[in-house]
Design a protein around this ligand. Structure first.
Ligand SMILES: *Cc1c(COP(=O)(O)O)cnc(C)c1O
Length: 368
């Protein structure tokens, strides 16, 4: 069996942070996240060639006091994964990658497949069985070869590692390749620009942590540059059916705990063994945040509540809204199971002020 790769540490030392750009202003003529191209460590010409205008998603009022939602589902392939995928594929192209292999619960695979198509690279994507039919169709539509793997998300990753070892393809992994996080950190830069400050807290669905860690890195850079006075609290959201980080947080552990994962509608965060779990737990703790595990029964009402506001998202994205709704006891989302327990009490105090909730994936990606 192919062995697990090690996540490379982030080569942030090679990157010019916003603070080092002097009187920083958006790069001329660059759209979306490429307005931060001076702080993204890939050839901007390659970025421009691959770009579909990803990033710079709207941040709008949610109807809840102090709470804004950031419409990541409007990204070119329908999820925030485009932020990381465009940077990762640009870097792979620059390094002369012959072809790409990715594994994903669906959306990262779609994003990598789309940008691989733009780069003219062939791409194989492994997904776990049970991945939404719409996501499978989307990956295939971009011309990638799709393989559906029995078992959980870890079994899927192992198949991808074996394919990389056999074929010499480049492992285009949103989990292990740090260039993906170079892209997702623009999520923080945009919020800082759109709010003209940092929020008090963010509610981030967390599986492998590419948005959570990107958010943490981005706000850390802004903080180090003296551009924000304090770091926002990160409230990470898992499914109660697959909650290795919530279990670790509750026990004070530094590593994700081993959990028995059960199927959940929140397929995008059903990650039983997150490779960057220790980094995620450290970031959540350092931010003064917490990890909550959302009951399965809360996801469908949260999705309906968002749709009633005109926002159609996939169940994984609705899990973040469910977490906010439980913490704030929103009428449409009651009864608020477990709201008295310690993690929810922490979430409630973190989510009383200004809050940003990303709506990560499009409702058109899920069958119901
Ligand atoms: C990928 C994804 C997540 C979780 O992101 P991680 O990087 O695995 O933490 C959440 N929601 C949606 C819609 C996603 O596509």
């Amino acid at each position: 069996m192919a062995t697990e790769p090690r996540p490379e540490s982030l080569p942030l030392a090679d990157v010019r942070c916003l603070s080092e750009l002097g009187e920083w202003s958006a790069a001329d003529g660059a759209s979306g996240l490429w307005r931060y191209r001076d702080a993204i460590p890939v050839d901007p010409a390659l970025g421009a060639r691959l770009s579909m205008g990803e990033g710079l998603t709207p941040l709008i009022a949610s109807g809840q006091d102090g709470v804004s939602v950031k419409l990541e589902f409007l990204s070119p392939t329908g999820s925030f994964k485009d932020r990381g995928a465009v940077v990762l594929v640009a870097r792979a192209l620059a390094r002369g990658a012959p072809s790409l292999v990715a594994d994903s619960s669906g959306n990262a695979g779609s994003a990598i497949a789309a940008y691989a198509a733009r780069a003219g690279l062939t791409c194989r994507v492994f997904v776990p069985e049970g991945t939404s039919a719409a996501k499978q169709a989307q990956i295939g539509a971009y011309g990638a070869t799709l393989a559906v793997v029995p078992g959980d998300r870890t079994a899927t990753a192992q198949r991808a590692w074996a394919a990389v070892a056999e074929s010499g393809a480049t492992y285009a992994s949103h989990v292990y390749d740090p260039y993906f996080l170079q892209g997702t950190r623009t999520f923080a830069f945009e919020i800082w620009e759109q709010l003209a400050t940092a929020p008090d807290a963010l509610v981030i669905p967390a599986g492998n942590g590419t948005l959570l860690l990107g958010t943490w890195i981005g706000f850390s850079e802004l903080h180090a540059a003296g551009l924000i006075a304090r770091m926002p609290a990160l409230v990470a959201v898992q499914s109660e059916r697959c909650a290795p980080l919530a279990a670790a947080f509750a026990r004070g552990a530094d590593e994700p705990l081993t959990v028995a994962a059960r199927p959940t509608a929140a397929e995008g965060i059903a990650i039983p063994r997150p490779a960057r779990g220790a980094e995620m737990l450290a970031a959540i703790r350092a931010s003064g945040g917490t990890v909550v595990a959302v009951p399965e029964a809360a996801i469908a009402p949260a999705r309906r509540d968002l749709a009633a506001r005109g926002l159609l998202v996939e169940p994984t994205a609705a899990a973040a809204w469910a977490a906010l709704g439980i913490a704030r006891e929103l009428p449409a989302l009651g009864p608020w199971a477990g709201v008295e327990s310690e993690p929810w009490a922490r979430a409630r105090s973190a989510l009383g002020g200004t809050v940003v909730v990303p709506l990560c994936g499009s409702g058109l990606k899920s069958a119901e």
